[in-house]
Design a protein around this ligand. Structure first.
Ligand code: SF4
Ligand code: SF4
Length: 127
């Protein structure tokens, strides 16, 4: 009996359309909720570092001295945590997937604003 069930399943699978697509040759199916890749509006970033702290995959690296925001695409698990927690909403989840690549997907973006050091922090630095 199990044999006939197996044959039935095999035939059904052979005769049905594949569940997968030949991406990237065929465009991926997308909806409004599709998580493609994180993008940043660098002009609005206040370099608070929240996205870096909240990222479970350590995919984001903020360098306040060099005014850069860095994203390692191969580490990102597309969880949306950085987008949800950015206080100025300058991170977005684009529905477009990044192009397949064999090289390390680190992107470095120059940000234009660095949060001023607080008076208390200045005291610590000088003192
Ligand atoms: S989407 Fe998730 S894993 Fe990717 S950078 Fe943001 S917080 Fe990190
Ligand atoms: S992208 Fe948003 S959360 Fe990340 S450092 Fe800039 S302002 Fe802060």
């Amino acid at each position: 009996m199990a044999f006939f069930e197996m044959v039935k399943t095999a035939l059904r699978t052979v005769l049905s359309r594949p569940a997968t697509i030949r991406y990237p040759a065929e465009p991926a199916k997308k909806t409004l909720l599709t998580r493609g890749h994180v993008t940043i509006d660098e002009s609005r970033c206040i370099s608070c570092g929240t996205c870096q702290r909240k990222c479970p995959a350590q995919a984001i690296l903020l360098n306040k001295e060099e005014k850069t925001w860095q994203m390692d695409r191969l580490r990102c698990v597309v969880c949306n945590s950085c987008v949800d927690t950015c206080p100025v909403k300058c991170l977005f989840m684009d529905t477009q997937y990044t192009a397949p690549t064999v090289t390390r997907g680190v992107e470095i973006v120059t940000i234009t604003y660095v949060k001023p050091v607080k008076a208390a922090d200045k005291g610590e630095i000088q003192g």
